[in-house]
Design a protein around this ligand. Structure first.
Ligand code: ZN
Length: 451
């Protein structure tokens, strides 16, 4: 849903942030699963994709450790680089007067507002897609191949990128219609936009798992019967009857491992990657499942939605204060008449990009808090030991080449999940604490933790 270079989804970014809650970083894992690829099992680095999908090296070899260090370095540099690239693209677009030009083209096709908006948005989408293509190809295709994650052909990758754009075009256009209708009618448009974002975001979260996700992957019941029944038992133990648990063919896009909870009301579901099922023991999977059940029952999607809506209100308020004078000062150069002119959209996108970057620690801080909560919940529910849960995290780090110990600032700013090393320590401590409580009545059997 949130791919690195889907500019049309930038506007959606805040609304869709809480749509998927995973065991490992959503912004990289889920995001990549939509837009990366490779083919022909190119052997790069130390492991070929085919091998890595089937059996990962665990514990980590020296070669894999070197890969982990180099991939983590790349990822942390790319976080800054991609931000500056986006900002530069919007500035170029504005200062060359392209946005005004796209609007004039659209006006030539139709004078009626809705079709004119549509054609403007289509031109902008195509422009942004093409200009972002080399960066998307480098990050999503080349790098993911180089580190042995991806197994898609260029055609498959490109096809998914187009599909992704089409989804962005539909949702983005809906948002634009609402946004500009409000701006042109109400002085306090941002207040109404913030209110409207609540049902809209809920709608997106409801339909995402049943309409959008199946466009990219197949979702089926878990094939391994032992795993399937263990997962079902766990959900039932937590009081979820007839749980919707799926196995997704995530290996189609990447060998990375993950699991997530998504949906609202009738579309709530827990999804395990086929790569995870293949590489994790039943106990480790029980812990992961317990973690996702934690997200499910602790209503984290709702709290995530609340955080996003508060940020949308704040963003709208600031945009209303800052953007009109920015547009007025550059009226001739940008070719934009005012905030209510559809050609002001790149100004909004630029603003949201910067706002999103600056406010990331808020979203991420909330998310990390939920992750700790779910980790502890998962441990309690599954009854696995702290050591076993810690191995699950270690595997996430080794298989996904994610840095278990990033700097404090990097974690604070960019990590929507706590650093894996901290999560490992936390589950071990939590387990010991539980054990201490249990042992007060001289019963130290932890396998039957009451839930
Ligand atoms: Zn999680």
């Amino acid at each position: 849903m949130m791919r690195h270079f889907c500019p049309l989804l930038i506007l959606l970014f805040l609304t869709i942030t809480p749509a998927v809650i995973a065991i490992d970083s959503v912004t990289t894992e889920i995001a990549d699963s939509i837009g990366i690829g490779s083919s022909d099992s190119i052997a790069v680095g130390a492991v070929s994709v085919e091998e890595s999908v089937r059996t990962f090296q665990y514990p980590m070899s020296e070669e894999r450790k070197a890969l982990l260090i180099s991939y983590s370095k790349f990822v942390s540099r790319w976080r800054f680089l991609s931000f500056f690239i986006q900002v530069a693209i919007f500035l170029i677009l504005l200062y060359l007067g392209l946005s005004g030009l796209f609007r004039r083209w659209a006006e030539k096709i139709s004078r009626k507002k809705i079709p004119m908006y549509f054609f403007y948005f289509l031109f902008l989408t195509i422009f942004l897609f093409l200009i972002n293509l080399p960066f998307g190809y480098y990050r999503g295709f080349l790098i993911e191949h180089q580190y042995g994650f991806s197994n898609q052909s260029f055609g498959e990758w490109f096809g998914e990128s187009l599909k992704n754009e089409a989804v962005g075009l539909i949702f983005g256009f809906a948002i634009i219609l609402i946004l500009y209708w409000l701006i042109n009618r109400f002085r306090k448009w941002w207040l109404l936009f913030g209110l409207g974002a609540i049902p809209f975001a809920a709608f997106v979260i409801i339909i995402y798992p049943v309409v959008v996700a199946p466009l990219f992957n197949k979702f089926e019941p878990i094939r391994n019967q032992e795993v399937a029944s263990a997962m079902r038992d766990l959900a039932e133990k937590a009081g979820i009857n007839n749980p919707d648990i799926y196995e997704v063919d995530a290996s189609k896009q990447s060998s990375k491992v993950n699991a997530y909870f998504t949906g609202m009301f009738g579309t709530k579901r827990i999804v395990l990657y086929d790569t995870t099922i293949r590489n994790f023991s039943v106990n480790e999977l029980k812990f992961i499942m317990g973690h996702e059940i934690g997200h499910y029952l602790l209503n984290h999607i709702w709290y995530g939605l609340l955080t996003a809506v508060i940020l949308i209100f704040f963003a709208g308020f600031l945009a209303d204060k800052i953007l009109p004078s920015f547009i007025r000062r550059n009226e001739n150069r940008f070719g934009i008449r005012n905030l209510g002119d559809i050609a002001s959209l790149p100004v909004f996108l630029l603003f949201i990009t910067v706002f999103g970057f600056i406010t990331q620690p808020i979203n991420n801080g909330v998310s990390r808090y939920f992750e700790y909560q779910s980790d502890e919940y998962g441990l309690k529910l599954s009854g696995v030991s702290g050591e076993e849960a810690a191995i699950a995290f270690d595997k996430l780090s080794v298989f996904n080449l994610s840095d278990p110990e990033p700097s404090a600032l990097t974690e604070f700013w960019f990590y929507d999940h706590p650093a894996l090393k901290k999560r490992m320590e936390n589950v071990k401590d939590f387990y010991k604490k539980q054990l201490a409580i249990k042992c007060t009545d001289k019963v130290c059997d932890f396998k039957n933790t009451e839930f």
